[in-house]
Design a protein around this ligand. Structure first.
Ligand SMILES: *[C@@H]1O[C@H](CO)[C@@H](O)[C@H](O)[C@H]1NC(C)=O
Length: 201
């Protein structure tokens, strides 16, 4: 079964299951200390996290199980100011040697206006820690945009109902840019994050 919602960016994980009674809370525990992994079998115009941003001034470290982040990242993805950036996130589970898509996904057709939008998941877990947000909020991920982070822990708590979550998961996030005529730019970004979900209630 496979759902795809085009929402105002609200995380699908929540939309689908908010109305059900017994949602369970899980902490996402990343597998890799480097956090970001490359997508498999990507063609040469699909870039990884280092094709999106210069991460050399960003520090990621494991701290009591959590990933702590501090420092700055500067966008280097070769797109143009004003491009529309579509963001798609999908959750996969590792089952009997294969990665299978789960029903959990989200599509954000125009992510730039929502990057610092308070109700969004990524605001809660990431962009609220960008201390120069006021200066760069109109610059999205356009080349040269420098994101200055206060030190923070990646502490992603999600609610699910239905089957209990167990084993390995990966979250695959892709970014595609489109020009004013809606023509897709040559390169896109694909990032994977591996981890497990630990029940916390
Ligand atoms: C991040 O940028 C700020 C402002 O330019 C600077 O003061 C700080 O030293 C930078 N941090 C790192 C780790 O480069």
């Amino acid at each position: 079964m496979w759902f795809e919602l085009e929402s105002r960016g609200a995380f699908l994980f929540l939309i689908l299951f908010a109305r059900q009674a017994s949602a369970l809370k899980y902490l996402f525990v990343p597998e890799d200390d480097d956090f970001f992994a490359d997508c498999p079998k990507s063609s040469s115009n699909v870039l990884n996290v280092h094709g999106m941003a210069d991460m050399s001034k960003l520090t990621l470290a494991r701290n009591n199980g959590k990933i702590s982040i501090s420092g700055n990242s500067t966008m280097i993805w070769n797109i143009k100011p004003g491009d529309r950036i579509e963001m798609v996130g999908k959750l996969y589970q590792f089952v009997r040697g294969k990665w299978l898509q789960t029903p959990f996904s989200m599509t954000v057709p125009d992510s730039c206006p929502l990057l610092y939008d308070k109700p969004q998941y990524w605001y809660k877990y990431w962009t609220r820690h960008i201390i120069n947000a006021e200066d760069i909020k109109d610059k999205c991920f356009y080349p040269g945009t420098k994101l200055i982070h206060e030190p923070f822990d990646v502490n992603v708590v999600m609610q699910f109902t239905g089957l209990p979550l167990s084993g390995r998961y990966k979250i695959v996030t892709t970014f595609k840019a489109f020009d004013q005529k809606n023509v897709q730019r040559d390169t896109s970004i694909c990032i994977e994050v591996f981890g497990e979900f630990e029940r916390i209630n």
